[in-house]
Design a protein around this ligand. Structure first.
Ligand SMILES: Nc1ncnc2c1ncn2[C@@H]1O[C@H](COP(=O)(O)OP(=O)(O)OP(=O)(O)O)[C@@H](O)[C@H]1O
Ligand SMILES: [Mg+2]
Length: 267
């Protein structure tokens, strides 16, 4: 598969928001440190970048409360959807502003205004705008979102699915998913304290792992949903990595090319 110099990076909602406490609050320390690490790595290594951020406590809580992930059920959900969009805008603006304050040319791209889904999968994507921004040297920033859905009325699209989609369509050189844990463990570390970190996850060893969702509220499958998307990517020959970006400098090292920092998902 032809490769370009594009890196796709997900900033987990578990790191940039106070997800564990279900509090609609941004983790400013993490966001500022992460922004600094990204900027330093980019000026050192010079690559194209797309950032996708998760929504953490800004999305999952309301989505769970109003059962938004299973599509339109009743009119009470509509008000919740409107509220959710406001919350996502608020989070996205803070992410954009913080990264921009470090001197990076970030640009927001809200895919729910441009794309739609069919039964929870992106269905009519046009990537021209993103490609144009990349060609001009911008870093597009997307996020987990609520889409209009041809079959379900609306559906929740995880940041992990967006990463899968963009990496596949744009043939990313590297795909890095930052979250609040060191990688994929052989069992849910919230339940099994003896769980061990896996260096590699692939279609052969996945069936021996007990991957859970999330200790926090997560309507898109937490770690299990993430790995599912990344294994689909691996089948296409695109490797990805899950790393812990709640710890200092892991992200910077990863963006600078280091590869043994978490779990690699490959064929
Ligand atoms: N086997 C496992 N290995 C690693 N983490 C696991 C495992 N099983 C469950 N988890 C949980 O998955 C969580 C990470 O997934 P989660 O979706 O919450 O993070 P995120 O992607 O950073 O957030 P967001 O979805 O808001 O962007 C970890 O905090 C951990 O509690
Ligand atoms: Mg998640």
């Amino acid at each position: 598969m032809p490769k370009n110099n594009l890196v796709i990076l997900k900033l987990g909602g578990s790191v940039i928001t106070d997800k564990k406490n279900n509090r609609k609050k941004i983790n400013k320390n993490n966001l500022e440190r992460i922004s600094k690490e990204i900027t330093e790595a980019m000026s050192k290594k010079g690559f194209s970048l797309i950032i996708v951020h998760g929504v953490g406590s800004y999305g999952h809580v309301i989505a769970k409360k109003f059962n938004l992930s299973n599509g339109y059920k009743n009119k009470h959900q509509i008000q919740a959807v409107a509220e959710l969009y406001c919350d996502l805008k608020e989070l996205n603006l803070e992410v954009i502003k913080t990264i921009k304050s470090r001197g990076m040319d970030v640009i927001p791209f809200q895919q729910s205004s441009a794309w739609k889904s069919h039964n929870k999968e992106i269905s009519n994507p046009n990537l021209d705008v993103i490609k144009n921004y990349l060609a001009l040297g911008f870093t597009p920033v997307l996020h987990g979102d609520l889409m209009t859905d041809d079959k379900l009325g609306f559906s929740v699209l995880s940041g992990d699915k967006i990463v899968y989609y963009l990496a596949r369509k744009l043939k990313a050189r590297r795909v890095i998913l930052g979250t609040d844990i060191d990688g994929v463990f052989d069992a849910d570390p919230n339940i099994n304290k003896k769980a061990k970190l896996m260096k590699i996850v692939n279609s052969k060893n996945i069936n021996n792992l007990l991957i859970g969702k999330s200790i926090a509220m997560d309507v898109t499958g937490g770690m299990s949903g993430k790995v599912k998307e990344l294994l689909k990517l691996a089948e296409l020959g695109i490797e990805s990595e899950i790393i812990n970006i709640s710890k200092s400098n892991i992200l910077k090292k990863s963006l600078c090319g280091q590869k043994d920092l978490g779990t690699i998902i490959k064929k």
